[in-house]
Ligand binder design. Structure first.
Ligand code: CA
Length: 374
């Protein structure tokens, strides 16, 4: 109970600060009123919110990340918002999450922005870009490089408020039933790979397919697809993908630090008292970091299980293949900028941030990792 009281006080303090700030900006001269805030909180009717997700219920990393965000909002709000999570197909199919939250069927959605390129081409930049930003760099762009403002602008026409709510870190290139030695080996390859990575594969002569996570194993096992990427060892082991493919390639050039999202129905969000808006935003921020650290903590153990218990053949994509994929990626990503004005502005922001952050990453993270490896 002590913790709950503390969180309430914290929330109340945030409200008072917010009111004071609003008064300063709006030119109103009424002082912040603590007792009014308390009275407002006492009169607040608790909300029951639904969260629909593109993931199977309780799926390691992604589904559990959605669960954790729901718990954080429920706990941090002191029960003023209780969030119930629905796995893919429990309330709506996985690829209808965007529309469900936009229309208010659910107040919250958990997914990843590249699933919605049919709604807005610019959305893809808020998820993963081939040869784009790592998790740390992506968070830097979103929180301190102008990315978040552009994401809000992208989702505003749909009545959605976006938040970063998880990150996978660098993914694996995927599961293949043929060796990849040259770019020619990608020709005619029918592979599940979403977003811009899929377009790069198409440029290399492959056949990209978009499938929700829950359909990967059967599609690969039945031969409906020749290859699939999913996430990383922690997730891929749980899916049993090793039973349906021979080779497990790395690195995930197509998803170097994929951001998961929480989208909030804008009318529902706008109707919240400011302190609850702050709580929802910060719950997402905690969930964003927490998912990344869970993956970092669990991936290698899962990788060792795949190699030692299931005899998975783990291979690095040849440098020559990665070089060609990087050239194709530069073309594909730049072409998104030509789709519409918003896509051009998002592309330019992302491109410029990537250029400058790479200079620092090269002499910090990369130099250190090289030195540590010896
Ligand atoms: Ca993936």
């Amino acid at each position: 109970m002590k913790r709950r009281r503390f969180l309430r006080q914290l929330g109340g303090g945030a409200l008072v600060a917010g009111v004071a700030l609003g008064a300063g900006c709006g030119g109103q001269d009424k002082p912040a009123d603590k007792s009014a805030a308390s009275a407002g909180r006492a009169a607040f009717k608790p909300l029951n919110w639904k969260m629909v997700t593109t993931w199977p219920k309780n799926f390691p990393g992604l589904g559990t990340g959605a669960n954790r965000l729901a718990e954080l909002i429920t706990q941090m709000s002191g029960g003023r918002i209780t969030v119930k999570v629905y796995g893919a197909r429990e309330l709506v199919p996985p690829f209808e999450v965007f529309d469900a939250v936009s229309s208010g069927i659910a107040e919250l959605g958990h997914g990843s922005a590249y699933y919605w390129k049919g709604k807005s081409e610019a959305a893809q930049f808020f998820s993963a870009v081939p040869f784009g930003l790592t998790a740390d760099e992506m968070n830097a762009w979103l929180y301190h490089g102008g990315g978040m403002e552009l994401w809000h602008e992208t989702y505003a026409p749909f009545g959605l408020v976006p938040m970063a709510a998880g990150n996978t870190g660098v993914q694996m290139a995927g599961w293949f039933n043929r060796e990849i030695n040259t770019l020619e080996d990608l020709k005619g390859l029918k592979m599940r790979i979403p977003g811009l990575g899929g377009e790069v594969l198409a440029r290399a002569g492959g056949l990209p397919v978009s499938l929700p996570g829950g359909e990967l194993f059967t599609s690969l096992q039945s031969g409906a697809i020749d290859a699939t990427e999913w996430v990383n060892p922690y997730n891929d082991l749980a899916f049993g993908l090793y039973k349906a493919a021979k080779y497990y390639y790395y690195p995930g050039w197509h998803e170097p630090g994929t951001t998961l999202e929480c989208m909030v129905n804008k009318p529902a969000f706008d109707a919240l008292p400011e302190e609850l808006q702050i709580i929802v935003r910060n719950a997402a921020r905690v969930a964003n970091q927490d998912m990344l650290t869970e993956y970092i903590a669990r991936n290698n153990q899962a990788l060792q299980t795949l190699v030692n218990d299931h005899q998975v053949d783990v291979r690095k994509l040849p440098d020559t293949v990665l070089d060609r994929l990087r050239d194709l990626s530069d073309q594909v990503v730049a072409e998104v900028a030509e789709k519409d004005d918003l896509s051009r502005r998002v592309y330019e922001s992302f491109r410029d941030f990537r250029t400058q952050v790479m200079q620092w990453s090269d002499i910090s993270a990369r130099a250190y990792l090289n030195a540590r490896a010896g």
